[in-house]
Design a protein around this ligand. Structure first.
Ligand code: AHR
Length: 524
């Protein structure tokens, strides 16, 4: 695990009776890297996405239909696919979320005009016409070049239904479900590596107790079969059990004890709310001051405590780290944009989101020995999205750009590090001002990501490098204001630029980071 040393350095100067921050006060931080200890691979799946039948994530965001004037391939938006390919999306979780536990997959196959409709009771009560189903989702994954991660229905579905779905997708035998798939136009089975047995079974997925769900998992999981194929005779599905709601440590304890190695992974969900208040106002996505920004960061950093404590429970029961932690819902959750449907969870995305995304990705990487996947909620038009769409228009968010900057870490070896940094303090709460992560790619290059979270102070960061190192390239994401964001009319307000503030002199790397910025430096 990475660790950090925090130094409190508050120097106030009294000038003419007023207390001001010294103008020259700048953050000085040191990063100590241990390239010789790079032994843990960063699962590319840590950069996964989540796409639910919710608001305009699927309909409008991915699916426009074959007849649409919006350029598409078999009904799937070309602009969105190209943008997702660019950030190397490794895996997409579908069809929910809460929606998964009321989704009946057989309603989403066959001729589209014959598919039964349903009410999406969780998300706006809208009518779901099932035009985007298994074939469309798998086609989308193949177009993007990512893995599908499917969440099955435990809450209102049956064991038989789940068993048949897996057979439908993965069997190449002359079997009823494989033949139904052929009848619907797909001869060869799809590659399905990841399957989840229910979603949030402690809540929208059935309000179960952990003991009850542990038994349900064992039963459903028994009937999720592996269907070997000629090309892949050893093919096995990675089974993900529904894990705890954030800080529910008892749920993790019961699952580890009662299910243990029968699951390959267990999920964890945690959302960052600026106010921390689910019942009244979560906070606006764009209208906030520095104090609310700081509160958002304090709440984002709770992910660290959560990972440490949940993983400690896993370690107690699974010393060999066989079971992966799958953080399959995370991100910032605000009040919806004024005038939009409350059930659609549509929110803007600012520089603040980019900075919290970077912190979360750093934290996931520092727990790379246990985290096998993470999926930000959600990919398009919902919560902390990568992409916003409005009919034919598409805009990339600041969060998208962080995923773009950080894609260099996917599949690389984690370089452990410590950061010696002052704290960023407000209202009696502190967080580290500088945050970092680093990895070494198979090409031998070292990539160092540095985040300056302070809203007003620039930072001087230094690190010792191996002899003969040089900065190959560096990119930065920042903006004038914390609430800077991209709109359909002004899509490039927040976007990465090349960064000239990093250099290596002898064996010392120095980086001059502006306030509120993310920088990724490639060292060769
Ligand atoms: O991402 C939105 C919702 O949040 C998901 O459907 C649910 O799993 C979680 O509570």
């Amino acid at each position: 695990m990475q660790s950090r040393l925090q130094l409190v350095s508050l120097s106030l100067i009294v000038l003419a009776g007023a207390v001001t921050r010294a103008a020259e006060e700048r953050i000085d931080a040191t990063v100590t890297l241990h390239p010789d200890q790079a032994k843990t691979k960063i699962a590319p799946e840590m950069y996964g996405q989540f796409a639910e039948h919710l608001g305009h994530c699927i309909y409008g965001g991915i699916w426009v239909g074959e007849e649409s004037a919006i350029p598409n391939t078999r009904g799937i938006r070309n602009d969105v696919v190209a943008a997702l390919k660019n950030i190397h999306v490794p895996v997409v979780r579908w069809p929910g979320g809460c929606f998964a536990d009321e989704y009946h997959w057989k309603d989403g196959i066959g001729p589209r005009d014959k598919r039964p409709k349903m009410i999406n009771t969780h998300w706006g009560g809208v009518v779901e016409d099932n035009s985007f189903g298994t074939h469309e989702f798998m086609d989308f994954c193949e177009q993007v070049g990512c893995e599908p991660y499917i969440c099955g229905n435990v809450g209102s579905g049956s064991v038989e239904e789940m068993m048949q779905w897996v057979e439908y997708m993965t069997s190449e035998a002359d079997s009823p479900m494989a033949n139904l798939r052929r009848q619907n136009g797909r001869d060869t089975p799809w590659k399905l590596n990841y399957f989840a047995v229910g979603n949030e079974s402690w809540g929208c997925g059935g309000n179960m107790t952990p003991e009850y769900y542990a038994n349900e998992f064992r039963r459903y999981n028994t009937f999720i079969k592996n269907y070997p194929t000629k090309d892949d005779p050893k093919r096995k599905i990675y089974r993900v059990a529904g894990g705890p709601n954030s800080f529910d440590y008892n749920w993790m304890e019961v699952m580890m004890k009662n299910v243990g190695p029968k699951m390959n992974g267990i999920s964890l969900h945690y959302y960052t709310l600026p106010t921390g208040d689910w019942d009244h106002s979560k906070g606006s996505s764009t209208e906030f001051d520095e104090a609310m920004y700081h509160k958002t960061l304090v709440n984002a950093f709770k992910m660290e405590e959560l990972l440490d404590k949940q993983i400690a429970i896993m370690d107690k029961h699974d010393k060999d780290q066989k079971i992966g932690l799958v953080v399959d819902e995370w991100g910032n959750w605000y009040d919806v944009e004024p005038g939009t449907n409350k059930g659609f969870l549509y929110q803007q995305n600012t520089l603040r989101d980019a900075l919290t995304a970077a912190v979360n990705l750093d934290l996931f990487q520092s727990h790379a020995d246990r985290i096998s996947m993470a999926n930000i909620a959600q990919m398009i038009n919902v919560l902390q999205a990568m992409i916003l769409t409005d009919k034919e228009r598409m805009v990339l968010t600041p969060t998208y750009h962080v995923f773009d900057l950080y894609k260099v870490h996917q599949g690389s070896m984690l370089v452990p590090l410590e950061v010696n940094t002052p704290n960023y303090e407000m209202d009696g709460k502190s967080i580290p001002a500088i945050h970092a992560t680093a990895s070494r790619g198979s090409d031998g290059k070292l990539n160092i990501s540095l985040v300056n979270l302070d809203a007003t102070k620039s930072a001087h960061v230094s690190a010792t490098m191996p002899k003969g190192s040089a900065v190959a390239k560096a990119r930065i994401l920042t903006a004038d204001k914390l609430n800077a964001h991209n709109t359909f009319d002004h899509p490039d307000v927040v976007k990465p630029a090349s960064f000239t503030g990093a250099k290596i002199d002898g064996e010392t790397l120095t980086a001059e980071l502006p306030a509120k910025s993310v920088v990724v430096i490639e060292v060769r």
